[in-house]
Design a protein around this ligand. Structure first.
Ligand SMILES: [Zn+2]
Length: 684
């Protein structure tokens, strides 16, 4: 009688507490969310009303346990709403988002609970706590203050209203963006218009068209401004149309326009910062990160923008020369990736698409990504087709230590589909924790076009890089060794969380890894040395462009969120969005007609729906120590067990159980230098 129980509330009978996906129905989500929220409320009430003086054991430990069941349900639900959503799930999301915001506020703003945390915080030196316990108290106190726990009652009430409204708005932003992204997919019926597209992408485009009952080809949009097909489509008019569709998302009027939503989000975040007595939303966010302040972020962005734009100009000159030699038109924004590919290819006879023949998905995963993890950490991976993921395309692997001890489960959901949001990401279904005795279950999601049945999945070089990147996050979750689940793996500062994933990208091009996976999918021949050399040599060829488009997006995010309350544009002034973007980019020297920001504001899901608000700078921020650590790996012999174990010991294992600056210093034995980043990105 499976309908008398709820698989989200009952203990899972599966290994590693893998959720029983096969039995989860939509109505289970709502019930499980309500039940676990109520359970946490009751647990928090018991802590808050405890007549005994606050101790770590009677306050922090039960607080840590109180949210475990809800977090578990949310992990499964958020995975569904991101990776395989539908109208019912969207409705549940829209219904529960404000309730969850209110629930979290009720806990963080509970005055009795805050008094207990405050008391522990004031007595930190007397309590004799272990370092991870002390850090747990410090972070809980910081978070409560930033959530408004120290404010008076009227301000706390207004704060609660703002948070609930914001959760509604960010959910709406996400849903409108997904709808507009699907609507704007470029439908082509004329074979000439897709000339240049490699066979794998063309076949995926045919598949996408037929899945919507259309003839011809459908080029679906990925989240960033730049679309992968721009690098190969030979027809300028198709490239123009594709880039225009990408840039139009959220700003073409109609029901899925996101401009008024984002303007309201910006205004409410500014108001919230003012309530907290902080200058701006960006100031509130960065205070709890390694950066510390928006000024520190602006300094780094400013330091990099000049060199990046100089490289952009150099690259533009190369592309202009290439365009002239091809008899092509004057370089337009939509030509950049195409011409950059031609510049890269002109040094040898092989076309860019040739690389894909050596990047067959399974091999890249098993002989590349897993192989690197074996060299570095001694990990072994075993496919578990008997364990059912949440979608037929989800692969499940069991992960082992070199001595066979269990590590956790790794789920990989590689293919794009209309029910999945754009981008690539990692999430945790179960966190490692000594307190709970549980081992981790982590998920990677990618958006690789699915080939037609019977055809191999051949990755682009970028997609292979993304797989290595996301697996770096997965390792952070899998190799966590902490006591408290809220400190496990990726539950670290946002401007530190990208470090393990960036470092893991190193292995894609390292010879000891590349030699084993870069094999022709039909002939089994190794990727020719000159092609490998070219990939290594050209890894930075778009460095100016990709650095500048990233910096532009980071600058937009900061600019929106550094506005003080009262200074934000009127909500009905939709044209204000374009004008604001121009002004912000000009101010930092990143306005360039050929280099649009990696995300336009109207489709900037990271900051208006994805939790990276005032934090998109994080990627380059963590790349400073990340590049330094990559240089450390390279100077010490690359992918060896000794290097891997040290990285695991100091960075991956401790996760959020100590200040990340401490972890970085412990690994390097010195302060971080910016030079490796400048060298890696070719920013002299
Ligand atoms: Zn990442």
């Amino acid at each position: 009688m499976d309908d008398v129980t709820n698989p989200l509330l009952d203990p899972s009978p599966l290994p590693y507490d893998l959720p029983l996906f096969a039995l989860i129905r939509h109505d289970h989500y709502a019930e499980a969310l309500e039940v676990t929220m109520a359970a946490q409320r009751a647990a928090v009430e018991a802590i808050a009303s405890d007549p005994d003086d606050p101790t770590f054991a009677n306050t922090m430990l039960p607080l840590e346990r109180s949210g475990l069941a809800l977090d578990g349900v949310l992990a499964v639900f958020e995975n569904a709403s991101s990776a395989d959503t539908d109208v019912e799930i969207e409705a549940i999301d829209a219904r529960f988002a404000p309730q969850l915001a209110a629930h979290r506020d009720a806990i963080r703003l509970d005055q009795r609970l805050f008094a207990r945390v405050q008391s522990l915080f004031e007595r930190l030196d007397e309590l004799g706590l272990a370092p991870d316990e002390r850090y747990l108290v410090e972070r809980a106190h910081h978070d409560a203050v930033l959530a408004g726990a120290a404010l008076d009652e009227g301000s706390r009430a207004r704060l609660g209203e703002l948070n609930q409204r914001l959760s509604v708005l960010t959910t709406a932003f996400q849903q409108h963006l997904l709808a507009d992204t699907n609507d704007l997919a470029l439908h082509l019926t004329d074979a000439e218009s897709i000339a240049g597209l490699d066979e794998g992408s063309a076949s995926a485009a045919r598949e996408a068209a037929s899945s919507r009952g259309l003839d011809g080809w459908l080029l679906t949009l990925v989240l960033p401004t730049g679309q992968p097909a721009l690098a190969t489509l030979a027809e300028p008019a198709t490239r123009d149309a594709l880039l225009a569709a990408s840039r139009a998302r959220g700003r073409r009027g109609g029901e899925h326009d996101t401009r008024s939503t984002l303007l309201e989000i910006v205004a409410l975040r500014a108001e919230r910062a003012a309530l907290l007595g902080v200058e701006s939303h960006a100031a509130a966010v960065t205070a709890g990160q390694t950066a510390g302040s928006p000024e520190a972020v602006a300094a780094l962005l400013g330091e990099l923008s000049g060199p990046a734009m100089r490289n952009v100009e150099r690259e533009r000159e190369q592309l202009t020369a290439r365009a002239a030699s091809l008899g092509a038109r004057e370089v337009a924004a939509s030509d950049w990736a195409f011409l950059a590919g031609r510049v890269a290819a002109e040094h040898d006879a092989l076309a860019l698409a040739e690389v894909r023949q050596y990047l067959e998905f399974d091999r890249v995963l098993v002989d590349g990504v897993f192989h690197a993890a074996n060299l570095l950490y001694g990990l072994g991976f075993e496919a578990r087709p008997d364990l059912i993921g949440y979608h037929p395309d989800t692969l499940v692997y069991e992960v082992f230590e070199h001595d066979g001890a269990p590590v956790g489960l790794y789920l990989l959901d590689a293919y794009t589909r209309d029910s999945k949001r754009g981008g690539a990401w990692m999430s945790s279904l179960v966190e490692q924790s000594d307190l709970t005795g549980r081992l981790p279950v982590v998920v990677n999601n990618l958006n690789i076009p699915k080939p037609a049945p019977g055809e191999p999945t051949l990755l682009t070089f970028d997609e292979a890089g993304t797989l290595f990147h996301e697996f770096g996050h997965a390792l952070h979750g899998l190799l966590a060794r902490v006591r408290f689940p809220s400190q496990a793996g990726t539950r670290v500062f946002r401007d530190f969380v990208e470090l393990p994933s960036q470092v893991n990208e190193l292995w894609l091009l390292r010879p000891e890894v590349m030699a084993s996976f870069a094999v022709h999918h039909e002939t089994g021949e190794r990727m020719p040395q000159h092609l490998q050399d070219r990939l290594r040599a050209t890894a930075g060829i778009e460095s100016g462009f990709s650095t500048a488009e990233y910096l532009a997006a980071a600058a937009l995010d900061q600019a929106w969120h550094r506005m003080p309350a009262g200074a934000t544009p009127d909500l009905s002034d939709l044209d204000a969005v374009d004008a604001f973007e121009r002004t912000a980019l000009t101010a930092i020297g990143l306005a360039h007609p050929l280099v649009p920001p990696r995300y336009g504001s109207t489709y900037f899901a990271h900051v208006f729906a994805g939790g990276y608000d005032a934090g998109y700078y994080s990627y380059i921020w963590s790349e400073v120590p990340g590049a330094d650590i990559m240089a450390w790996f390279e100077a010490n012999g690359g992918a060896t067990r000794a290097n891997g174990d040290r990285f695991r010991q100091e960075i991956l294992g401790p996760g959020g159980s100590r200040d990340p600056r401490e972890s970085i210093r412990a690994l390097l034995g010195r302060e971080v230098s910016i030079e490796p980043l400048l060298a890696r990105r070719g920013l002299g």
